[in-house]
Design a protein around this ligand. Structure first.
Ligand code: SF4
Length: 455
């Protein structure tokens, strides 16, 4: 296990404390590059996008279901309040959107590698709704045998065992449960309630049904202490989920900002946060869990694995972000605009980024560094006809001087220290890339743009 005293360079040079941290994983985000897309040129744009997929045989499908009944302080996705009528309209729009894509020919001669329902809380939609979406996907494109199909879920939506059985029956084979902590005091501050027993029961049922399960956890939550984090990890050892993902609390939600303004003592001090990240990563390593910076095995989270491998993503729903290797685009943010365009038979794309060769190279490094193996220099050379060691020379020099990067004969990868603080390495690369574009640019959260229209 790595020695925390050897991590001084990281702590001193680029560790992002509670207030400065911006979630940049898994993907690269260049908000200043977006260009609005007018409906009049969407068909032409779609032809360009299809051309960018010319060598791609496999796709990932993401379905965005941005509704939730909860108002968690740590939420950075800004969902709409659950509303039956709105959700019904939205659900029907998703089905139509999938149909439109099918008509463009984009799905022809391609297969879906993996499907992911994200939110919001996708399980605020019924199993029948989720099944109808999956049926529509199956009617439109081939899905590889045994593809991983995940839904995110709030624990309270899985209290009824039959709900979980229903998910298994419709083909969901992976469930990711947002817990973040088991500390009742912190959960209260965060507007959350779930008990350890409830989570245990859910995991037991998922295991009985052979559904792969993941628990999402967080460091840096309001009022979190080292002792509380330790207790969370002991509880996880008892519950034994198949996978755990720990991320850092990102202070973007206006509810959180307000709480911290009134109670600044609840912000976790940077020294404590540093230790928490260290403790959590050491624990993950000991338990054999896979974490960003250490990805090796697609069985834990196939969708994320292939995302990091740059498999193109076709994302449905409002605000959903799609990617090929050279173009990224977002659907319109507001659900009303989204559904209105769908009703007019217009693809609901609002903005896009054509990725320059430089952006593509940095994105390639950014994603591949989250694998244990890192970036293959020969594959990079073959794809871009460039030497990665020359392209990233200055940035690598800095990361190397912080002991975060190692370069072997054919790979650039994170050192153990770099992998422990992979979130900070990602923020560092983001900052560096933005500065190359213009010294006035600043890192922004992925959720940028959503707060105004939602809360
Ligand atoms: S964190 Fe999840 S459960 Fe909480 S408000 Fe956001 S989407 Fe809902």
């Amino acid at each position: 296990m790595i020695d925390i005293n050897k991590l001084e360079k990281i702590k001193k040079n680029f560790f992002q404390g509670s207030k400065e941290y911006t979630k940049n994983q898994p993907d690269f985000f260049l908000p200043h590059k977006y260009k609005p897309l007018s409906p009049s040129i969407i068909n032409k744009f779609m032809e360009d996008f299809k051309f960018s997929l010319i060598n791609e045989e496999r796709l990932l499908i993401y379905i965005h279901l941005p509704f939730c009944f909860s108002e968690c302080v740590f939420c950075n996705t800004f969902p709409y309040k659950t509303n039956k009528k709105q959700q019904e309209i939205y659900f029907k729009s998703i089905l139509k959107e999938i149909e439109f894509y099918s008509q463009t020919g984009l799905f022809e001669n391609r297969e879906v590698q993996s499907i992911y329902f994200g939110g919001g809380t996708p399980t605020t939609f019924s199993n029948d709704n989720l099944k109808a979406i999956l049926d529509k996907i199956h009617d439109s494109i081939d899905v590889v045998n045994g593809a991983s199909i995940t839904t995110e879920a709030h624990p309270l939506t899985l209290k009824d065992e039959n709900r979980i059985r229903g998910l298994a029956e419709i083909g969901i084979n992976r469930v990711s449960i947002g817990c973040q902590t088991f500390d009742s005091k912190i959960l209260k501050i965060c507007n959350r309630t779930h008990s350890i027993e409830e989570i245990k029961k859910i995991i037991t049922t998922l295991n009985d049904l052979n559904i792969l399960n993941n628990i999402d956890m967080m460091t840096g939550l309001p009022g979190q202490t080292i002792a509380s984090l330790e207790r969370d990890m002991e509880i996880l050892e008892d519950i034994k989920p198949k996978a755990v993902e720990y991320i850092r609390h990102e202070i973007v939600n206006p509810i959180a900002i307000d709480i911290y303004k009134k109670n600044p003592e609840l912000i976790v001090k940077d020294d404590d946060l540093f230790q928490m990240v260290y403790m959590m990563q050491s624990w993950m390593q000991k338990q054999g869990y896979e974490q960003n910076g250490y990805y090796e095995n697609k069985d834990f989270w196939e969708y994320r694995y292939h995302w990091l491998k740059e498999t193109p993503i076709i994302a449905f729903g409002s605000r959903a972000r799609s990617y090929s290797k050279t173009i990224s685009y977002d659907n319109h943010e507001g659900i009303e605009v989204y559904s209105k365009l769908i009703n007019k038979k217009v693809l609901p794309i609002g903005r896009y980024i054509p990725l320059s060769k430089n952006n593509q190279m940095y994105r390639c490094l950014f994603l591949n560094l989250q694998f244990k193996k890192g970036l293959s220099l020969s594959s990079f050379k073959q794809r871009f006809n460039e030497d990665a060691l020359i392209v990233f020379k200055e940035m690598l020099k800095l990361l190397k001087s912080f002991d975060c990067i190692q370069i072997t004969e054919n790979y650039i990868s994170l050192t153990e220290a770099g992998a422990f603080f992979v979130e900070d390495v990602c923020d560092f690369i983001m900052d560096y890339t933005l500065k190359l574009e213009s010294k006035d640019l600043k890192r922004n959260p992925h959720s940028l743009g959503s707060t105004l229209s939602r809360l």
